[in-house]
Design a protein around this ligand. Sequence first.
Ligand SMILES: Cc1cc2nc3c(=O)[nH]c(=O)nc-3n(C[C@H](O)[C@H](O)[C@H](O)COP(=O)(O)OP(=O)(O)OC[C@H]3O[C@@H](n4cnc5c(N)ncnc54)[C@H](O)[C@@H]3O)c2cc1C
Length: 475
Amino acid sequence: MSASRSIRFSKSKNSRSNLERDLRKLIPTKAGVIADPARLAELGTDKWFAASLPEIAVAPGSAKEVSAVLAYAHKHNIPVTARGAGVGYVGGCVPLRGGILMSLHRMNRIREISGEDFVAVVEPHVITGVLQSEVEKRGLFYPPDPQSYKDCSIGGNIATNAGGPRCLKYGVTRPYVLGLQVALADGTLVRVGGRTHKNKTGFDLVGIFVGSEGMLGVITEATLKLLPLPPAHVTLSAGFDSMHDAAAAVQAIFKAGYLPCAVEVADSFTLQSARNAHKEVKGSFIPPGKAHLLVELDGQKASVLSEGKALKALLAKNKALEVELATSPERRVRIWALRRAFSASLKATGLTKLNEDIAVPRGRLVDLIAFAEKLQKKTGFPIACFGHAGDGNIHVNIMVSKEQQSKRPKEIEATLDALFRQVIAWGGAITGEHGIGIAKKRWWNEATTPELRKLHSLIKKAVDPKDILNPGKFV
Ligand SMILES: Cc1cc2nc3c(=O)[nH]c(=O)nc-3n(C[C@H](O)[C@H](O)[C@H](O)COP(=O)(O)OP(=O)(O)OC[C@H]3O[C@@H](n4cnc5c(N)ncnc54)[C@H](O)[C@@H]3O)c2cc1C
């Protein structure tokens, strides 16, 4: 599961000190170049299992400095890996080939929030949750909400095309990116898109950079689309006897013509872990049953209240054991606290969670749940499923002990293979939102055709002919 700590670029102490000297000239401030080995080790990893030491790290303070470092690296054939907040789940920002790790953490300013144009202009390292609360203070709304929003950066969200619970109604990050400033591999600064909500000038080049996982350019500025802030929310929390019943209730919600802003599901193992790890979910509402649904509606007060009541009745009719309709901010926060604690509760079991954020066509949700249950029985590895049920984007967590990891690695890989093969056979995606990075590379070929892989290579070669940007990943 772990990438090797190889430093292909590393040559000698002398060449490394020359590199440091040159980079310090390009970013003269002290904080601009990081050579401390302990800090480099921290920067060489993310929330997945891989680690790889960069030769050196830089922290540019402006697009001009990003561009200067890239031009230098391009000239000298040095790998450059962009890093946002490092809370990715697939090893995307891990500098597999060493070289220069470019941490964007000093570029963290919100340049503009315009209530007239409904846009925000931000540097790449603005933290998603910070942007959300700043725009909300002005009655505006930035919908993409990865559950790591308190820690992750907008640049990382754009590079992974991040999703989250609200994507059910509002979509993933892509539709909210109106314009980008990007530094290309040779240092050229280019602007794509703009600040209008519609723009058909040329190819959709914004779309090429969104989700490109740091392999096509370094994002130095983003112009993001904002919406009016919905004034009211209600949240429903329902317990079910089985995941099958909960998944069937999700289908019933859509059949009845409702489009909630979030529909999140959790299975028995996940719920039990939350109950056991009581501290993690202190003050949360833990409902009875072996499966849980969280449903949220947003909009005008009268309409969300009446829809909330109707949904409560619909869930009760569809085998919910108990349903709470929360209208006060305090109760809603408690229900969300339970959802947000799932990851930590699973970790608190002491097992390692191999978190696979697969997505299946929505109609396959019930089949996916049945498949995960069968796989669990067959392999003996507990499988915890929770996540964005409304999008068919479920986090399927294979739970394994340290001992199993060392003694049964082949069985673990075979379990993951079986999961991914079934997802692909259903026309699903091996990753709904986290990206390929290193974690999903094993299944990249199975998930794509040779023609699609060739197209990826052609695009990569066109903008990064020397393959210096985040090399060693899936293209
Ligand atoms: C508890 C938890 C919950 C999560 N929940 C969700 C969720 O609900 N939805 C979701 O989508 N993800 C989720 N994630 C995954 C993760 O938070 C997202 O992938 C997030 O977008 C990563 O942002 P980051 O700033 O940490 O990026 P990093 O991890 O630093 O980098 C991710 C990728 O983006 C590239 N990159 C970063 N900045 C730039 C830049 N300026 N220019 C070019 N490339 C760049 C990197 O090279 C790398 O390939 C979760 C993670 C955790 C730990």
